[in-house]
Design a protein around this ligand. Structure first.
Ligand SMILES: [Zn+2]
Length: 238
């Protein structure tokens, strides 16, 4: 995929001022390679935004209210355009719990058609978990309910050539969205791609998938997965 920039779930983070411009109008605040803590504000996932000629869309507000505020500051330092859309690529807390920081801006919150149910199932659990892991630094952290649900694809009118939000079949979760910006040839893959990091797997979805093959997930054993392709070696080779 030469010429494309793949925006994945990993990368160093040096602070809110250190946004990275990965393509014209597309900025990332990379996450740190660490577990959630008060010190890192649960900034462990890549978050960012896309700004065109009329408006801005946030792509994942981050893992805490404080992280969301830092993203908001980074946007304000980049463009005076209004934040019209906030995309939640999936339910996981490091991507969604910073949404409350944008509530005052009243963006249109966009999620997969199954996100509402996923939030209802996990919201209370994630809030309690964040309080445990971050203490007071988690104050105010919460997702926002999606107002616009994507079943197939959705074009975002930010001015200029429109990026598309595309619903995915079950993968990282059963409700992943990705964004594809045709103007710059940039796919924003969120947690559909991990680099140098062990991906989080949805245990319930994994159990369902394994059950189809008559297999069972054993929680106290490490999982081994066969890659779809591997390098082969000749017998007797060093
Ligand atoms: Zn995730």
């Amino acid at each position: 995929m030469a010429g494309l920039t793949l925006l994945a779930a990993a990368g160093p983070w040096d602070g809110p001022g250190d946004k990275v411009r990965v393509a014209p109008g597309i900025f990332v605040l990379p996450g740190v390679q660490a577990d959630t803590s008060a010190a890192n504000l649960d900034a462990i996932a890549n978050t960012g935004f896309i700004a065109r000629t009329r408006a801005v869309a946030v792509i994942d507000p981050g893992g805490s209210h404080a992280r969301g505020m830092r993203l908001q500051q980074a946007i304000a330092a980049t463009t005076p355009l209004p934040v019209r859309h906030l995309i939640l690529t999936h339910v996981h807390p490091d991507h969604a719990m910073g949404a409350a920081a944008f509530a005052d801006l009243q963006p249109e919150v966009i999620g997969h058609v199954r996100l509402t149910e996923a939030l209802a199932r996990r919201d209370a659990f994630y809030r309690a978990m964040l309080m445990r892991e971050m203490g007071e630094a988690a104050a105010g952290s919460a997702p926002l309910a999606p107002a616009r649900l994507v079943e197939d694809r959705l074009s975002l009118d930010l001015g200029g050539r429109v990026p598309e939000v595309v619903a995915q079949p079950p993968a990282h979760t059963d409700h992943d969205l990705l964004l594809f910006d045709q103007a710059t040839g940039t796919p924003w893959l969120s947690d559909l791609l991990f680099v140098a990091r062990i991906p989080v797997l949805d245990a319930a979805a994994m159990r369902r998938a394994l059950r189809k093959f008559g297999l069972r997930l054993v929680a106290d054993r490490p999982w081994t997965f066969e890659p779809g392709a591997r390098r082969t070696s000749r017998a007797g080779a060093p």
